[in-house]
Design a protein around this ligand. Structure first.
Ligand SMILES: [Zn+2]
Length: 313
């Protein structure tokens, strides 16, 4: 098993790489070493051993975790929460009100993920462990959580990627944990001096207008840094917001063209891939770059969400 030490960031934040899909730098768990030890995101269940290993390396005990915050309940972000809770008996799980019941009874979550991921489900996500209701804490728009004397997090209801999505503003770092609302940070091309950002439009609650509004909401907070669900810290929030906001209508337009010509999902994928590919070519990214492996998977899932969105119009 490939190993990686926790990534030390400023403001007492560490990031444990969860190696989702076997890729380093794909999903992670943020550790906020405040008075009340707080985690943001768990990753899927196969990442839980890595989270526990990471805590150990940071000389932290799972028993001391007080809060596990989930930006949203998609399994790559929160699928491991139930399994991790077995090791964190003193923790409460914080979730959007629309996500709560699916953590207590994950049957619909499992069904939905099987529809998207098919036979890969077991390998990617099993087991999905339910969480006792009394351990679940709901946070609404504007509500706060004090995790230290000078550290009170604020929750932002930020739909677009999912209706049950929370952004988390941290005044101590002047940063926002953006989950999937502000897109994906592709750092894999850093070896070519390029970091780029694309929206993630997974099924089945993608809403382009809500996503653009949520991004503007983040923007108005004038953050210095963003902490992405995929993956890591960005110190260029404006560039990230600008790029994702530009790509959202491009993704929708390309999907519309494919639907009008009855090209199906392969058509949507092909068209979006073509657009992203030319962008990367313009930035001198070689054809064989490993980033394409991840992009293919992401675009496949994005295409499904776009088709679902357009079919509902
Ligand atoms: Zn995600």
């Amino acid at each position: 098993m490939e190993k990686r030490a926790p990534i030390h960031m400023s403001h007492d934040i560490q990031l444990i790489d969860g190696f989702d899909l076997g890729f380093s730098g794909r999903t992670g768990t943020y550790v906020l070493q405040a008075e009340k030890l707080t985690l943001v995101e768990t990753g899927p269940s196969p990442s839980v051993p890595r989270v526990l290993e990471g805590l150990k390396e940071l000389s932290l005990r799972p028993e001391d975790v007080e809060y596990i915050i989930l930006t949203h309940i998609h399994l790559d972000h929160a699928g491991g929460a139930g399994l991790l809770m077995r090791e964190c008996p003193n923790a409460k799980v914080i979730v959007h009100e629309k996500g709560k019941r699916h953590l207590a009874d994950p049957s619909r979550l499992i069904k939905g993920a099987k529809a998207v991921y098919g036979e890969m489900f077991d390998q990617l996500f099993d087991p999905i462990v339910p969480i006792e209701e009394e351990k679940l804490l709901v946070k609404h728009e504007g509500e706060t959580l004090e995790i230290g004397p000078d550290r009170t997090l604020t929750f932002l209801d930020t739909p677009g990627h999912a209706k049950h999505h929370l952004g988390i503003y941290d005044p101590y770092s002047n940063g926002i944990f953006t989950g999937d609302t502000a897109g994906i940070r592709y750092h894999q091309t850093e070896d070519y001096q390029l970091t780029f950002y694309l929206p993630t439009t997974s099924p089945n609650q993608f809403d382009p207008d809500a996503m653009l509004q949520s991004i503007d909401r983040f923007r108005r907070l004038k953050p210095d840094r963003l902490y992405f669900g995929h993956f890591g810290e960005s110190q260029e929030p404006k560039r990230a917001f600008d790029q994702v906001s530009l790509w959202i209508p491009v993704f929708v337009e390309e999907a519309k063209k494919a639907m009008n010509k009855e090209e199906g999902l392969p058509g949507i994928e092909k068209r979006i891939f073509h657009r992203v590919h030319s962008y990367l070519k313009d930035h001198q990214i070689p054809e064989q770059h490993p980033v394409y492996e991840i992009l293919k998977l992401d675009i496949e899932v994005c295409a499904m969400g776009l088709a679902d969105y357009l079919n509902k119009q």
